[in-house]
Ligand binder design. Sequence first.
Ligand SMILES: Cc1cc2nc3c(=O)[nH]c(=O)nc-3n(C[C@H](O)[C@H](O)[C@H](O)COP(=O)(O)OP(=O)(O)OC[C@H]3O[C@@H](n4cnc5c(N)ncnc54)[C@H](O)[C@@H]3O)c2cc1C
Length: 596
Amino acid sequence: MQVYEAPLRDMRFVIHELHQDDGFGNLEALEEFTPDLVDAILEEAGKVAQEVLLPLNRSGDIEGCTLENGVVRTPKGFKEAYDLFREGGWCALASDPEWGGQGLPEAVNKMTEEMICSANLSFSLYPGLTHGGTTAIEAYASDELKQFYLPRMVSGEWSGTMCLTEPHCGTDLGMLRTKAVPQDDGSYKISGTKIFISAGEHDLTENIIHLVLARLPDAPEGVKGISLFLVPKYLPKEDGTPGPSNGVSVAAIEHKMGLKASATCQLNFDESVGWLVGKPHKGMEAMFKMMNTERVSVGIQGLGIGEAAYQSAVYYARERLQGRSLSGVKNPSGPADPIIVHPDVRRMLMTMRAYNEGCRALGAWVSRALDAEKHATDPAVKQRAEDFIALMTPVVKALFTDLGHESANLAVQVYGGHGYIAESGVEQYARDARIAMIYEGTNGIQALDLVGRKMPAHMGRYLRSFFHPVSQFIEASKGDEQFQPMIEALEKAFGALQLSTATIAQKGMKDPEEAGAAATDYLRLTGLVAMAYCFAKSALIARDRLAGGTEEAGFYKAKLATAQFYFDRILPQATAAFLAIKAGKRSMMALEDAAF
Ligand SMILES: Cc1cc2nc3c(=O)[nH]c(=O)nc-3n(C[C@H](O)[C@H](O)[C@H](O)COP(=O)(O)OP(=O)(O)OC[C@H]3O[C@@H](n4cnc5c(N)ncnc54)[C@H](O)[C@@H]3O)c2cc1C
């Protein structure tokens, strides 16, 4: 059964208590968002997720999207839910007030994204991609395009897409073939085929604004010859009402493993009118602006599914009666004990719980950096925030989606055979979660981005934005007797990360395949250390709150127990990652291609 209640207490903990001293300071521009206001927004978002979106999750999965005579229909109830969502101002949360947005702190915005993804991942893509599109338009489009398109997209009146993938190229966009031919009036005619376009066509908004990567006639080969264009589905009239159709047609919608209520479309552009966004041949730069925002959000999708899967598994583990507890009968009036008593079931529940709390804490840290990047007045703080975001974006994307999928799989296991049956609802989580590891750049590509670009950038400056706070925390906490084992474990894992960084830098310089072979393990190790740092800090805070006397002793005791579980049972994975990195590429590349 899909049950979900927004984890508001933990969200308040990471926003208000955990990251107050992480070097990004208090941002004057966000002072109006007092803790009370933030809590009220989170509570309302929780209601929308639970009451509007969750009830459509399973029905949307069963019904899916349909294509008939070129028209795509979303499942029953989606249009009404989208209208409610838009009218409630939820599309505009994080956008700039200049364009009608609410300028909410990212730290709060990402929490609302988590709730929406927990409740209905398919739904989340419609407003999610629009937000990504507005980021690229805001940063790179002409004033004229901004004035006309941004207010309508920010409000959710029009939606957006991101059109990169073509049948012969996904990761390697340098091969893309869609053409853009300049016209005398300054516009371009775009022709080509894009596949797998999320929200490419649907019935939720009256217009859809496609951001399309294409090549100009004189474009250099490869990624240096790609430009970005804004292409509306309908050419809007001056007052914004939809005008004539713009030659964008849907050839097919994909039949997928999951995410069935999100329309994934094959789009044909036939001399569609578009306008350049940014400079000619600099489309990848503009698209990366959009993709970086989206990559953190895709990481949050993993967390959202992980949380929903966890809650459903806990619900079932309390209800399902099988076997007796190894430490003596716990449910004498029943024929058996609930499965939550069994250590192996606990192992699964605690793993999911630790993944979710660890990801939420790390996500909130990155969100604070996103806010500092936008609003900090001190250039040093702004720089540190930019460095930290650059480093952590691939980590958040890949780690959170890997762990979200693992949690969904664990939830199926907790349900046993019933988890494999559709009625349970948890197999949907496993199917839905799978795509987040693939789109917005596969997780393997995220790992290559981390070791190939982020790790060596500016002689390791990005890394320092992360390593400094961790080593300072370790030094400052060394005298803490009660938490000595935890701090030592963090120090050991951090040491393994530093050593791995040096090893990869050294070996990778001589042989890039060595860096490629280490990448995925290095990303995991980075994520494990980052979460360990968050858990150690959380444990110290919880201990102090408990010592000071609190009405919320249950929450802080649980936080301490989860942190301890993380250090006992999850952080040891860091040693395995370290050993794998140390082993290098040797056995990975040993077989001749023909031997596979
Ligand atoms: C449901 C869904 C929604 C999507 N939404 C969108 C969308 O809205 N817009 C859009 O443009 N696209 C979208 N995509 C496409 C998605 O982004 C791509 O599928 C993804 O980027 C991978 O590209 P590919 O499928 O061509 O795989 P390939 O690029 O063919 O990769 C195959 C495998 O090879 C690995 N690989 C490839 N190159 C390298 C390399 N250099 N080094 C190491 N490993 C490598 C990859 O990691 C992967 O494991 C969507 C896809 C799906 C399924």
